[in-house]
Design a protein around this ligand. Structure first.
Ligand code: ZN
Length: 274
């Protein structure tokens, strides 16, 4: 699948990227320009999303929009309030669609490159208020908008990835990314990317002025208070809750957007519907 994605652009294009890449605001951890173009992010994300959809649909776990219109209306409203932030760079470039996966035992969410968002019912049912949901969604939206998957792939594999893909050795890369993002595989974002996503979650929630902008911290506080007996899945892909709560709250205090009271009746209705 990954090979098909790259063959669309061709071996020549893939190899020419490092040479011909113009200055970009997106860089890897060493400050090198990102080899993946925005179009590559979108094409890769479409494949990862197709892979994710077919995996969960085959298990009967993909909550279909057609038969769950009200649930999606409620969830879309939260996503759109986060996306209303003017700090989203690729608001008009990426898909920004959201899908629900019916798995009550999984308290997790993730976003593919190109902005396809997935939320497990276990997370939605776990949360206490809508700012927490918006905070976690903001964090995932930041991973996509800041292009963390592409940057992570470049950090880990660099030019080798492009070469192996061009030579056709990475058929299952899209599938691996899909399971990695869902917390099942080996793809883990670096601590820097996790911290950046936390910071942008606060920034996104601050902009539209609707949610308490430290909502993501609320999730970590709740997860910690539950103890180690059954930690949410999100914690396995998002470790170090102590430091993160503090960093999120420091940023939120700096932006003076912590103390907003949100009516969570929509979240309650969404929880009842799932
Ligand atoms: Zn994350």
């Amino acid at each position: 699948m990954f090979r098909r994605f790259f063959s669309r652009f061709g071996l020549l294009a893939a190899l020419a990227l490092p040479l011909g890449f113009a200055a970009s605001s997106c860089t890897d951890k060493d400050g090198n320009p990102l080899l993946f173009s925005l179009e590559d992010d979108i094409a890769l994300g479409d494949q990862v999303a197709a892979e994710t959809d077919s995996t969960y649909r085959a298990q009967g776990k993909l909550v279909e929009r057609a038969s769950n219109a009200r649930a999606y209306q409620l969830l879309d409203a939260v996503v759109n309030r986060v996306l209303n932030s003017s700090d989203i760079q690729h608001r008009n470039d990426f898909a920004w669609d959201v899908k629900i996966i019916k798995e009550d035992s999984t308290q997790n969410a993730f976003a593919t490159p190109g902005g396809h968002i997935y939320v497990f019912t276990g997370l939605i049912k776990y949360l206490d208020d809508e700012s927490q949901l918006a905070g976690v969604l903001g964090h995932e939206i930041a991973h996509a908008d800041r292009r963390h998957t592409s940057r992570q792939l470049q950090n880990q594999y660099g030019i080798q990835l492009l070469l192996s893909v061009a030579l056709g050795n990475s058929e299952s890369t899209a599938a691996q990314i899909a399971s990695g993002l869902a917390g099942l595989g080996s793809l883990k974002f670096s601590r820097d990317f996790e911290n950046e996503a936390d910071q942008y979650s606060v920034i996104y929630l601050n902009g539209p002025g609707y949610y308490a902008c430290d909502g993501a911290a609320g999730f970590f506080i709740k997860a910690q208070s539950q103890g180690q007996a059954s930690p949410p899945e999100f914690l396995s892909t998002h470790p170090n809750p102590d430091n993160r709560i503090q960093a999120i709250q420091t940023k939120a205090t700096e932006l003076n957007c912590r103390n907003r009271t949100v009516n969570s009746s929509d979240l309650r209705e969404l929880q009842r519907l799932l």
